[in-house]
Write a protein that binds this ligand. Structure first.
Ligand code: ADP
Ligand code: DP6
Ligand code: CO
Length: 357
């Protein structure tokens, strides 16, 4: 008997302009546009295997070896249903001899090779890998854009993990979400010099998920309204230009400002949300000082920190500075309880730098 199974991986992306807030929670339409850098799949990735079989009783999912419930009407169920619909419309209706995989239940197993739900965008790589693996299983002749729209309905940030390089998610204005799309601003090859260092401060699961945190922010934060109307639109224009011009100083200034404002908006939520901890703040101080010295020498900023919804730092820098920054971090933050677990060099093929624990 034929076996219908496929495996796909997808990378993490870390936003420079943060998505935080939904105007439609079902379709996952954001209150502002966002922009991210896709990390190198060699280091942080989700790998997902899907199998369709008529003998399966229902759809099931295992995440890192543990079964997770697929809730009716939930995001996982929506993504699977959308992929089955595409299988029917794009393959089975057009080629009646193809097996009717859209009618078979699927079993899905996914692994993240980095901490899950710790503010390192596991939902982004996770849902991108899910739709990619189902697209392969179903042999779908569809573009990354089509998959991105479905991944978005699993986790907003996932729509940016299907293109590589520098990716914008344009918020769109239509109620049906048809113009809320991720687009590549530039491929990685445009600026291969950019590297990301991931500093794992804690691999604990965050106390407030991104989904519930941003919903609370939308409901209670006056600062969010200022951010989405008066700050993000110009930042999207400015950071796109900085990327196209390969202007690291501008890229760094905007990235750090937007991380700061995202965490300010979290603090402006009722009750307040704290994603960063003391180690996160100490890393900010270190990067600020590192840049101050560099700017004083007339060299401009050399590093940019950014934090998602968790305490773990991502530091963007040019390749020539990676070694120096890793040495600085290891010097000031020797790996011990409450400090770093790992420092990885990522993006553009940087060496993986791990300090001794
Ligand atoms: P993160 O900062 O890691 O993105 P979120 O709170 O946004 O954290 O989302 C975490 C949730 O994303 C997990 O609890 C799980 O439901 C989902 N998720 C994470 N990894 C995967 C994966 N590989 N496949 C499917 N879903 C995943
Ligand atoms: C801080 O995409 O995880 O990482 O759409 O509810 O799944 P859901 O949220 P998610 O939020 C990501 C928030 C962020 C910023 C970003 O990635 O743009
Ligand atoms: Co997430």
């Amino acid at each position: 008997m034929a076996v219908y199974q496929a495996t796909a991986s997808a990378p993490v992306n870390i936003a420079c302009i943060k998505y935080w807030g939904k105007r439609d929670t079902k379709l996952i339409l954001p209150t502002n546009s966002s922009l991210s850098v896709t990390l190198d799949q060699d280091h942080l990735r989700s790998t997902t295997t899907s199998r369709a079989d008529p003998s399966f009783k229902h759809d099931r999912l295992w995440l890192n070896g543990e079964e997770e419930e697929i809730k009716d009407g939930g995001r996982m169920a929506t993504c699977i249903a959308e992929m089955k619909r595409l299988r029917k419309e794009e393959v089975e209706d057009k080629q009646p001899n193809e097996p009717k995989l859209s009618t078979y239940p699927v079993h899905i197993a996914s692994f993240n090779n980095f901490p899950t739900a710790a503010g390192l965008a596991s939902s982004a790589s996770g849902f991108a890998a899910l739709v990619s693996s189902l697209a392969q299983l179903y042999q779908l002749p569809v573009s990354p854009s089509t998959l991105s729209v479905i991944a978005r309905q699993g986790s907003g940030s996932a729509c940016r993990s299907l293109f590589g390089g520098f990716v914008a998610w344009e918020q769109g204005t239509k109620p049906d979400g048809s113009d809320s799309l991720a687009v590549q601003v530039a491929p990685q090859s445009h600026w291969p010099d950019i590297h990301a260092l991931i500093c794992v401060v804690s691999d604990d699961k965050k106390g407030t998920s991104s989904t519930s945190g941003m919903q609370r922010t939308v409901e209670t934060s006056p600062l969010l309204q200022h951010r989405i109307k008066h700050v993000v639109p110009q930042r999207m224009v400015d950071i796109s230009k900085a990327i196209l011009d390969r202007d690291f100083d501008a890229f760094a200034a905007i990235t750090m400002a937007d991380s700061n404002q995202f965490h300010a908006v979290a603090l402006d939520t009722e009750p307040p949300i704290f994603y960063m901890n003391d180690v996160s703040r100490a890393i900010i101080a270190l990067i600020v000082e590192y840049n101050r010295v560099s700017v004083a020498k007339g060299l401009g900023r050399k590093a940019a920190y950014t934090y998602d919804a968790g305490p773990n730092a991502v530091i963007y820098t040019k390749k020539e500075n990676v070694k120096e920054i890793v040495e600085l971090i290891v010097k000031y933050f020797p790996q011990k309880e409450g400090s770093f677990k790992d420092v990885f060099g990522l993006f553009g093929g940087a060496d993986v730098a791990k300090s001794e624990g």
